[in-house]
Design a protein around this ligand. Structure first.
Ligand SMILES: Cc1cc2nc3c(=O)[nH]c(=O)nc-3n(C[C@H](O)[C@H](O)[C@H](O)COP(=O)(O)OP(=O)(O)OC[C@H]3O[C@@H](n4cnc5c(N)ncnc54)[C@H](O)[C@@H]3O)c2cc1C
Length: 464
């Protein structure tokens, strides 16, 4: 290394990498780059929230908002599976492998991991944290230009880590309802959600884990609102067992295409194996995760679409489960009548004086009901062309990114390199996280993010 400049031998100009999104995904790419850097590197981690590490799920201050994966499976380093558990034990020697930690604590872990990686990095690898909104990404002489509302930044590489794309409003909503805070378009707006604590009747659209979070927040006060939650299926998440699930690798063809029949067959086999051993369906479901990502990439579009349309919802409620304490608290709310779950979709939303009138279309009949407030927890987007926010939308429009066949996100190779509109590999854009759902399926949890982030860092360092 050159002592005077702090640069590695033979290199003068540092490569500049912009990471758009400072949640778990972006943080892990930055930490991997800092840890493995052998060439001069300027990393700019960009997040509009000003938080670097927690992202949306691990920002919540509510201690009842728990991880939905046990501590022993939440390490952020692909090569150190016990890293998170050991970190927890350094703070609380009693922390158990099957603990479902408060999510805010996991946010602190990610923050500390980034700090440590930045402190221990060689002097020629630096980390900048930019609090700003990326309004778009363009290209000048083949190099990406990150555009902010008031400035721009030229870089060599860009990593898109902007997190899950919300699905948007279920039906057109009058602007006045949003302006008056009677319709909340995002259940993640914790402060806005808390204002509903004084209401009498609240409707949550969506019955997934986000709805459970909102119900626990609003259900905490004894005189809080009655909560109605609806979805097309009416299904809501199952609860974890108190013990860790036992994993065994399902059998799918070792190479070549995989059909939906083969994947469902492997699942049926796992279920009978679990039953023969006296295990639980949860053991079978969690085991499938070992192969679903690989199988998904090898499946035809038709089979993937079929699974999405026919199996996805029951799969999700069994696969993404509530921590035991969360499940117990949520079922208490149901038993006491504070929470009611109904199978229905929204037909229309309109103003009705100081309340919101909603047309609910059920499997057998429709009805019109009024609520003090409506909160959308509708889940991830199902049409990236319609719902993509910037900078993804601009990159799709300019042909630098290509929507995947199912329109859940964008086309990305296994090593994280994006594909452009012609199907060519991008030399400058990498993508990780939820935007890869269409091609990787399992692309949401830390389990996947830790390998995706490591692979992107390795490839970028190799390219330099
Ligand atoms: C309620 C909930 C609980 C979960 N629990 C678990 C769990 O227990 N275990 C697990 O493994 N996974 C869990 N997950 C999955 C979770 O999505 C991932 O673990 C991970 O947090 C996703 O991180 P991310 O960085 O991809 O997205 P995000 O956390 O959404 O971060 C994206 C960041 O990008 C920023 N951003 C977006 N657009 C721009 C822009 N244009 N300019 C600047 N900044 C921008 C946002 O401000 C945000 O901070 C949970 C998810 C949810 C919703």
């Amino acid at each position: 290394m050159n002592e005077a400049t702090g640069t590695a031998p033979g290199r003068e100009r540092a490569s500049r990498i912009a990471i758009v999104g400072g949640g778990a995904s972006g943080t892990l790419v930055a930490a991997n780059l800092l840890r493995m850097a052998e060439v001069p590197l300027e990393i700019e981690l960009i997040d509009e929230s000003g938080d670097f590490g927690p992202g949306i799920p691990y920002r919540t201050p509510n201690p009842e908002h728990r991880l939905n994966v046990p501590a022993c499976r939440m390490s952020a380093w692909a090569d150190d599976p016990d890293h998170y558990l050991n970190w927890r034990r350094s703070r609380d020697p009693e922390a158990a492998p099957e603990e479902y930690t408060a999510r805010s604590i996991y946010g602190e872990y990610l923050q500390e991991l980034l700090e440590t990686a930045a402190t221990k990095a060689p002097p020629f690898a630096t980390l900048g944290r930019l609090t700003d909104r990326v309004a778009g990404i363009s290209f000048a002489d083949g190099r990406p230009v990150i555009r902010f509302p008031d400035r721009q930044l030229e870089v060599d590489q860009v990593v898109i880590a902007t997190g899950p794309v919300p699905g948007g409003d279920p039906v057109p909503v009058p602007e006045a309802l949003k302006d008056r805070g009677l319709y909340l378009p995002s259940a993640w707006d914790t402060e806005a959600v808390e204002t509903a604590g004084k209401d009498e009747e609240v409707l949550i659209i969506g019955t997934g884990l986000t709805m459970v979070d909102v119900a626990l927040t609003l259900g905490a006060a004894p005189d809080g609102p009655r909560i109605h939650a609806i979805s097309r299926s009416g299904m809501f998440p199952k609860t974890h067992l108190d013990r860790l699930t036992r994993l065994s690798t399902p059998q799918i063809p070792p190479e070549g295409p995989v059909s939906k029949r083969e994947l469902l067959g492997a699942f049926a086999e796992q279920l009978s194996l679990a039953s023969a051993r006296g295990d639980d369906w949860r053991d079978a479901i969690d085991s499938m995760r070992l192969v679903t990502g690989d199988a998904w990439r090898r499946m035809s579009v038709e089979d993937r679409r079929w699974l999405l349309e026919n199996v996805n919802r029951p799969w999700e409620v069994h696969r993404y489960r509530m921590a035991p304490s969360v499940g117990a608290a949520f079922h208490r709310l149901i038993d006491s009548g504070r929470v009611e779950i109904q199978q229905a979709r929204v037909g229309a939303i309109e103003e009705s004086g100081s309340r919101v009138r909603v047309e609910l279309v059920g499997p057998k009949r429709s009805e019109s009901r009024e609520y003090d407030r409506v909160i959308s927890a509708c889940g991830a987007c199902t049409n990236i062309r319609r719902d993509a926010p910037e900078p993804v939308r601009g990159l799709i429009d300019s042909g630098h990114l290509r929507p995947d066949d199912l329109l859940l996100g964008v086309e990305v190779d296994r090593d994280g390199a994006a594909r452009d509109a012609r199907g060519d590999r991008s030399a400058t854009i990498s993508v990780l996280g939820s935007l890869r759902r269409g091609v990787d399926w399992e692309s949401i949890g830390v389990t996947e993010l830790k390998t995706q982030s490591r692979d992107i860092a390795l490839r970028l360092l190799d390219q330099m």
